[in-house]
Design a protein around this ligand. Structure first.
Ligand code: GLC
Length: 543
């Protein structure tokens, strides 16, 4: 496989509303990110994935765009954006923009025009259908954010499609004019020197709504190949698609370099392991650890040379891993957070860190729906109330899986509002910020931040971490995740106790030469009878 810079990179996701406010309006902004670039450079990351900063009415916090070529005034100006790109580059950091092109905002001028009537030149930029014969919805397609995916437009007597909120009408990718506009918008950003695109729900652009096909539609890859030819194929950039239902076979269609589509995809198979396949994400089941390992192993082995993994536990749509599947108690939060980091960063693929993960930020429980901002959680709440669910029950689901968990402001220090803003924060902070914050973490002798720094350094210094073959040992062990990475004549062994209880690992065939990384300061090098403490995660170099 041709070696690219992004094979060696570590990406850091910034959710701009919640990262750093520079002007006291309670909302993070571009100048705030610039102020924190030295922090990110110190962490050692190579790329920032910036969640949307375009003009938007914020029905879905920027994932509903009303102007793709303008910066939302609440985040700053185009000059700030150019400064951010340049300042990041000076520190060796590339800036990856979020590309949200399955839909626009209903306040985008294209949709405003389209609403004017069936003959408007922009009508066909969106997906319109007549009512069914009985006068009802065109079909039973549902929105990801609850309720039907069709919204009636009184004026024209037709429905438009919205796979997300009704303020996020789906673009009609079949229309070549739509694609032309999108290519030109992407080139506008590429010319500004960005480092690539993270492509929002890109697996839906080939949808065939009349056949109830939303993801992986027949023309999806044709469009992506056209996109490559018309836009980023002319640049050396990172592209990552958000593809919820991808299997390794599907991932190869996107990321096999010979097919000229994307660098890599986000697949969510591990993330869905506490859900039932046929139920909404809110109805959770306990995580099956054996299954978790099987999923990671499948992805580590099946892409081969015809695809590339993204590695992640967290993002702005997913609750904090240390609370969700780890242990966020005072006693174990730090080792647990470091365990997840070790687990992921020694795998093959490009790791992503979501803001605050590097200090082990946690979920935030709420006791009333009034405390929630996220449209997905709010819509589900009202839908379930109408269906007769117990409100306590619904809030429990939101506290476990809701998106606000990861969207609360970054906890920098123990000053008012954690140093995030001098104003009133747009979303309340987690009250634990007084003790859990960047300054406090870095003050410890062995901080989570430093653990991430070291893992990032290992990737920079050892080709084995990037290219080494992966082999899992003990796939049936209910508590340990053990895998090897080998490259040329070197082999590393990664031994992880995923749980709180103590467990032994006995290996009579392998001998460790040294401990390369551990979340305890005194991990044993003797593999014949290794006693692993709660969440202990050790990386060995073998003899
Ligand atoms: C993606 C984004 C999410 C957004 C949705 C609709 O899943 O990550 O935040 O709500 O797409 O754009």
């Amino acid at each position: 496989m041709e070696k690219k810079w992004w094979h060696r990179s570590v990406v850091y996701q910034v959710y701009p509303r919640s990262f750093q406010d520079s002007d006291g309006d309670g909302l993070g902004d571009l100048q705030g990110i610039i102020q924190r670039l030295d922090y990110l450079a110190e962490l050692g990351i190579d790329v920032i994935w910036l969640s949307p900063v375009y003009q938007s009415p914020n029905d879905d916090n920027g994932y509903d765009i009303s102007d793709y070529q303008a910066i939302s005034p609440e985040f700053g100006t185009m000059a700030d954006m150019e400064e951010l790109i340049a300042q990041a580059k000076q520190r060796g950091i590339q800036l990856v923009m979020d590309l949200v092109v399955n839909h626009t905002s209903d306040e985008h001028p294209w949709f405003v025009e389209a609403l004017k009537g069936r003959d408007n030149p922009f009508r066909d930029f969106y997906i319109w259908r007549d009512p069914a014969e009985d006068g009802g919805l065109p079909n039973e397609l549902l929105s990801v954010f609850s309720g039907p995916a069709w919204e009636f437009d009184e004026n024209s007597g037709q429905y438009y499609l919205h796979l997300y909120s009704k303020k996020q009408p789906d673009l009609n990718w079949e229309n070549p004019e739509v694609r032309e506009y999108i290519w030109s918008m992407m080139n506008f950003w590429l010319k500004k020197g960005i480092g690539g695109f993270r492509m929002d729900v890109i697996d839906t652009i080939g949808k065939v709504p009349d056949e109830l096909i939303t993801t992986n539609g027949p023309k999806l890859h044709e469009y992506l190949q056209e996109m490559y030819q018309q836009t980023f194929g002319n640049y050396d950039v990172l592209t990552v698609g958000e593809t919820w239902g991808a299997t390794p076979e599907i991932a190869k269609l996107y990321s096999d370099p010979l097919r000229k589509e994307l660098s890599m995809v986000f697949q969510f198979e591990h993330i869905g392991l506490d859900q039932y396949p046929d139920k909404p994400k809110w109805d959770t089941k306990p995580l099956d650890f054996i299954e978790l390992k099987a999923v990671f192993t499948k992805w580590q082995t099946e892409l081969g040379d015809s695809g590339w993994n993204s590695l992640f536990w967290n993002n702005h749509d997913i609750p904090r891993i240390v609370s969700n599947w780890g242990n966020d108690s005072d006693e174990y939060r730090v080792v647990s957070a470091k365990m997840f980091a070790t687990f992921l960063h020694l795998l093959k693929g490009t790791p992503y860190i979501y803001q605050g993960e590097e200090i082990g930020m946690t979920n935030t429980a709420v006791s009333s729906i009034e405390e929630i901002d996220d449209i997905e959680s709010k819509n589900m709440y009202h839908e379930r109330i109408a269906e007769g669910y117990d409100p306590e029950n619904i809030l429990a689901s939101i506290n476990k899986k809701g998106r606000d968990n990861s969207r609360r402001p970054m906890q920098w220090d123990d000053s008012v509002n954690a140093g995030f803003t001098t104003g009133t924060p747009w979303l309340a902070l987690n009250p634990n910020y007084q003790t859990l914050n960047v300054a406090a973490d870095r003050h410890q002798t062995s901080s989570i931040f430093e653990h991430y720094q070291k893992l990032i350094q290992l990737r920079k210094e050892h080709e084995l971490v990037i290219w080494g073959d992966y082999q899992e040992l003990l796939p049936e062990d209910p508590q340990l995740y053990v895998y090897e990475r080998s490259y040329e004549s070197e082999t590393w062994l990664i031994v992880i106790n995923f749980y709180e209880s103590i467990v032994t690992y006995q290996d009579k065939t392998r001998k460790a030469a040294s401990v390369i990384s551990s979340n305890y300061s005194d991990s044993s090098v003797d593999l014949t009878d290794l006693v692993l403490r709660p969440y202990e995660a050790i990386v060995y170099k073998l003899k």
